[in-house]
Design a protein around this ligand. Structure first.
Ligand code: FAD
Ligand code: NAD
Length: 455
């Protein structure tokens, strides 16, 4: 039967099924993990659920492979190809983890409880509850930085979550179709086809690169009457884009963008955001208005409301407005039995998936050692040490850049060969074989048939 086949597929692929799950053991300590992103998943993949009752609370019942999210905004990759249901981890093989799709709205470090709210649109009778924890792992990531600027949340699109990529895609196609509308005024066509990206960090650069490819490879073919009117502008407050890369790669990126006719406005800071234009202060300190059709906002991270609420509760120990302060063992300052990993923290490392993954893995080993120490075994808990594996970014026209540690130095490479390397690194880092299979399929599909230009 279909049911039997379905079960068979689970048996062969992952050897997991709800039947195998055991109830929580009241004799064990309970670890509550907040989040289902890079840090949480890396922790969950390694934590030994024979030692602890493990529970996950997240408003997202899936893991999202963020490095390929910019490719989803233009349809090179389908959204579901970079998502993996969280239950794939929580019910995988012998792992025994409870999951609640809900948002944590409050944390009380004194009573060691969290308040959670059901986030689904179809709600049951109980929508809010309180859960006690013995240990809490904060892995809720960060919010989009807006600097409190009016209009950003209203008119711009972010690029962090699945729905952001969907919104960008819809807005872009709306702009293109409206520009082609009967008797549209020429200046309105110019505005609608002007795509502005704010922030020259890796998110802004990779999005501008993907957008360029889509315009060149697909939109110009399907909309020949608009082909010479598409424009992309990247606005960056600092003197150059990608400050975390070597100067050689910064130059290479800026010259590739120039060849690709992406205008890069450096030393230019956005000051106001309206529904059809932004006001910027340019390099000569003049205020200039830039009309746009699509506005993508990628100016980095700031703490989420829950993080700020927790920081306010333990404000004597939490003195940084930029994220949770943790010690070298990922313990949250001022909150007993609470740990934090990934973008939620303010640490000396950049907020990247690479850091969050290593911290998650490290924390699972800390919990393992704690359990062994309780059994009377001689184990030592050493501080977290970050090992930088390099930085990669896609810059368009099948070119990528890479800063890689080599011996005691650094190697900077860029070009088409680096793009092949970029692809292979991301494919090998994908969450599951299923994700790899789907992404490779999407790459082949968009090469053969072009990207889908439907809304
Ligand atoms: P996240 O992965 O953001 O996960 C946070 C989780 O917490 C989510 O599941 C969220 O739903 C959940 N959550 C939120 N609020 C609550 C709440 N109140 N209660 C419970 N759960 C909550 N890094 C790299 O190293 N390499 C790259 O190539 C790269 N590319 C990127 C591309 C893009 C477009 C973006 C946006 C980021 C990229 N990054 C990259 C950065 C990387 O994605 C982040 O550093 C990483 O996601 C941080 O992991 P995290 O677990 O801290 O947070
Ligand atoms: P970011 O913080 O790296 O860059 C944001 C940029 O926006 C900065 O250069 C800043 O000067 C600029 N900016 C801020 N306010 C501005 C304003 N008002 N006007 C104009 N420019 C303004 O942010 P991001 O690119 O979103 O990345 C967030 C994190 O995710 C970083 O740690 C990054 O390394 C990581 N990430 C990594 C990759 C990758 O490795 N390929 C890709 C995406 C994100």
């Amino acid at each position: 039967t279909v049911g039997a086949l379905g079960y068979g597929a689970y048996e062969i692929y992952g050897k997991r099924h709800p039947v195998e799950q055991k109830p929580f053991d009241p004799k064990k300590r309970t670890v509550v993990v907040l989040g289902s992103g890079w840090g949480a998943v890396s922790f969950l993949k390694s934590i030994n659920t024979d030692d602890y009752n493990v529970m996950v609370v997240s408003p997202r019942n899936y893991f999202l492979f963020t490095p390929l999210l910019p490719s989803c905004t233009v349809g090179t990759i389908e959204l579901r190809s970079i998502m993996e249901p969280i239950r794939f981890i929580t019910r995988h093989k012998s792992r025994n983890v409870k999951f609640y799709e809900s948002e944590c709205t409050d944390i009380d470090p004194e009573s060691k409880t969290i308040s959670i709210t059901d986030v689904s649109d179809v709600k049951g009778a109980v929508t809010n509850t309180t859960i006690p924890y013995d240990y809490l792992v904060m892995a809720i990531g960060a919010d989009n930085q807006t600097f409190g600027m009016a209009g950003v949340r209203e008119y711009a699109c972010f690029l962090k979550e699945i729905w952001d990529a969907q919104k960008i895609r819809t807005r872009l196609m709306d702009c293109v179709e409206s520009a082609g509308f009967a008797s549209q005024a020429p200046e309105e066509v110019d505005r609608l086809l002007h795509m502005v990206v704010v922030g020259g960090g890796p998110t802004g650069v990779e999005y501008a690169a993907e957008l360029h490819d889509f315009l060149k490879d697909d939109l110009e073919t399907w909309y020949p009457e608009l082909a010479d009117k598409f424009r992309i502008t990247l606005v960056e407050a600092l003197p150059n884009v990608l400050p975390m890369f070597s100067s050689q790669l910064i130059q290479y990126t800026e010259s590739t963008f120039k060849q690709n006719k992406i205008d890069v406005l450096t030393k230019t800071m956005v000051k106001e955001v309206g529904d059809k234009s932004i006001k910027v202060m340019d390099a000569n300190k003049n205020m200039v208005s830039i009309p746009y059709g699509l506005l993508v906002w990628a100016t980095g991270n700031c703490p989420r409301p829950l993080t700020r609420k927790l920081m306010a509760r333990i404000k004597d120990s939490q003195t940084s407005p930029r994220g949770l302060l943790v010690d070298d063992y990922m313990r949250v300052a001022g909150a007993p039995d609470m740990y934090a990993i990934g973008d939620v923290t303010f640490s000396k490392y950049a907020p990247t998936a690479q850091v969050a993954t290593q911290q998650g893995l490290y924390l699972a080993s800390v919990f393992d050692n704690l359990a062994r120490i309780e059994e009377g075994k001689n184990k030592k808990i050493t501080p977290f040490e970050y090992s930088h594996q390099g930085s990669l970014a896609y810059i368009g026209s099948d070119k990528a850049i890479a800063d890689l540690p080599f011996l005691n130095g650094n190697v900077s490479v860029g070009g088409v060969a680096t793009y092949v390397f970029w692809r292979s690194v991301y494919i090998s880092n994908m969450f599951s074989f299923r994700n790899r299979f789907l992404v490779v399929g999407d790459w082949m599909k968009s090469k053969v048939f072009g990207r889908d230009v439907s809304r």
